[in-house]
Design a protein around this ligand. Sequence first.
Ligand code: PLZ
Length: 446
Amino acid sequence: MDIPQERKVVTEIPGPRSRELFERRKTAVPQGVANLHPIVTARASGAIVEDVDGNRYIDLATGISVLNVGHTAPEVVKAAQAQLELETHTCFHVTANEPYIALAERLNALAPGDFAKKTMFVNSGAEAVENAIKIARHATKRPAVVTFDHAFHGRTLLAMSLTAKVMPYKQGFGPFAPEIYRLPFAYPYRWPSGPERCAQEALAYAKDEMHKHIGEENIAAVIVEPIQGEGGFIVPAPGFLKGLAEFCAEHGIVFIADEIQSGMGRAGRWFAIEDEGVVPDMVTTAKSLGGGLPISAVTGRAELMDSVHVGGLGGTYGGNPVAAAAALAVLDKIEREDLLASARRVGEIVAERFGEMQARHAVIGDVRGRGAMWALELVADRATKEPLAAETMSAISRAALERGVIVITAGTYGNVIRLLPPINIDEALLGEGLAVLDEAISAVTG
Ligand code: PLZ
């Protein structure tokens, strides 16, 4: 489906048809399943989403980083359609399918590390995280898992227990899974003694905690997002991840990079961890892997992945052939069109504009990111770093939406605007989207 790649607002936002559907939604769907924007979409292509009232938006959110290669990329649609006509499902445990095997081979080759790797597939990010922890525990015969402040790893019991933020993710859903230990993340902007000392102090504290209070020999895994996503696009202070990975290697702890949001080209590499000089023992991927079809993966050292007995891993839909065929097309497209370079180019454009915006808008406390994964942290006061109020944050994203641009927020304090455009977005369209965001911030914060 080809939609003109242009922003076009033709009704008030939300339009009448969106409002009507939202009325039905209110009766039919529980409120717990939140909606960030009050519009209903009808179709999408490239970097444009069209709603049921015919409004066209520049999409700087891509369904939370699922459309790195753009909406309904023709190659991806074609691959899924072709597979749909062959077979839609067999269950890998009953009879295997070729796309599953081929995709595992591709991810084994792409994931960092010059050693033998294996990959298994499930359906969502949370499920990939669950399986990574299951495998790490089985392989090490240890119970404890280390996670971090501001982390997001999903909404199922174990993944939710690893996730940091209580509201809305955990409130009322306990008791949580046991043997999970949370450590401070090296968050330069909010590190009490300043960004220069952040990596060293965060690392020293983490090692001390793991030694004194958990015990290295009890720790199965350290799981970390190389750039935190939901937590606010926090790029850890340089050296923090490397130090952690070295500690893990020294003590037989499985180092898991959760690349569900930061991977598949988002941060300018196949995996964001590559820029840290760290080779993880396992990586989890999802979101953009399937280019819109649900599929997620755990890729790791062959001996770890094979430590689990036959039948210990899996699920009915894992590695569904249609989703796997789409994923193969996504990987082909990134490779063929050198979209890792495109992601880095997006980063240059956004970083320049954000830097310039920071000089003009007093509310922009911090600008950070890598590749096509950039964010603004907004504050009521630059000196105290008091987060900008939630209502002001919603007013900004609403003002952008009314002008035809979709942006979403993030952060433990909800005060981060994050950009997740297609990594192959047209430069003019990106520039236009950024100008609208700039205008929306002015309109709301004066
Ligand atoms: N790990 C790093 O970013 C999903 C969450 C949306 P699922 N992030 C979007 C929401 O409000 O639930 C995510 C992630 C990282 C794991 C997950 C979980 O992936 O596919 O949503 O289960």
